[in-house]
Write a protein that binds this ligand. Sequence first.
Ligand code: ADP
Ligand code: ASP
Ligand code: MG
Length: 401
Amino acid sequence: MLVVHKYGGTSVGNLDRIENVANRVAKAKKAGSDVVVVVSAMSGETNKLVGYAEHFTSTPAKKEMDMLLSSGERVTAALLSIALQSQGVDAVAMSGRQAGIVTDNRHTYARIESIDPTAMQEAINAGKVVIVAGFQGINKDGSVTTLGRGGSDLSAVALAGALQADQCEIYSDVDGIYTTDPRIEPNAKKLDTISYDEMLELSSLGAKVLQNRSVELAKKLNVKLYAKSSFSDNEGTLIIKESNSMEEVLVSGVVLDRNQARVTLRGVSDRPGIAAEIFTKLADANINVDMIIQNVGTDGATNLGFTVPQSEHLNARKIMEGFDHDIEGMDFDEHVCKVSVVGVGMKSHSGVAATAFTTLAKSNINIEMISTSEIKVSMVINDKYGELAIRALHEAYGLDQ
Ligand code: ADP
Ligand code: ASP
Ligand code: MG
């Protein structure tokens, strides 16, 4: 059996914790599995490196950022390998490049294009534990690239796919996927299983327990994916294909995304092509626009509102200023958040959205924007009320039962 383990920042946050991970890996190896381990940087390390760069400029070159940020994961990979070797376990640490991970050119948000598993496979065949620095690869020019924040999850799933591993286990400080973030709602319940699609929505809507692109890839490559804790031996949550019985459960989870900013454009010229121009410019700058609301125009002008990730709001502002001929005025509100309700059961039941609106109304929370899909309802509200809304929704759908 070949398993891929991925240990996140908190799991390798200090030397004792790296030792703990080494013990867990050694145990799996001794039990007879081949093990490939993907590691994150020690917790706080990536942010610290970002801070160093921002000491000099708020807009550091993305290529240099990749050179900088990829170092954090390499430190952990080397230390874990050293820790294993000191226990007499044969191990080898590899950078993304050595592991054969080739990406496109999008520095700081690269996509994996191919993986040549030869070097890893040779090491596995030689009986070694292979430890790969997560979150990174190289592009065709040979420059280091990184895969976006939380990207070590993606490295792990991609390697599991390339090596045709039996399963991929993502270890963090929480022992599975809960009905909501247990830090917000202590009554949250752990789920034994969750479908890829629900997990993808939860991750995309802000539950950082698994990175959304890793879930998408696991679904595509059919990787058996577990979320587990590196601090316990509890069962964890298995992410699986949707089954009919899942539709009986109306709502599987609720999620809060604090990383949101709202843009309101007032007096936008109401002419064909204006929306295309605005959103193409944002897309060209790699800014993900989420909710969009356009009012019915009057007197040749209309209002247009949308949300962007908070980290992109200055970039969005710069781009909108280029439209001053077509826009009378604009407001930016960073004090918003998005609360969402997710469940495949919504496909076959009505009233889920109405319950969400009623629940927020009862808590006196004003809804600023709404969007829905087949399996989710999202609402933008004032960020003061984010946690309150999550707890109220969690209770309203009986998730604490
Ligand atoms: P790592 O650093 O190991 O990658 P993360 O911090 O990215 O771990 O993810 C683990 C955290 O995700 C947990 O501490 C928890 O607070 C948060 N989280 C958010 N939503 C959920 C959820 N629905 N279930 C479990 N954990 C969640
Ligand atoms: N260290 C990177 C981050 O903090 C990648 C990861 O941990 O997955 O985003
Ligand atoms: Mg993570």
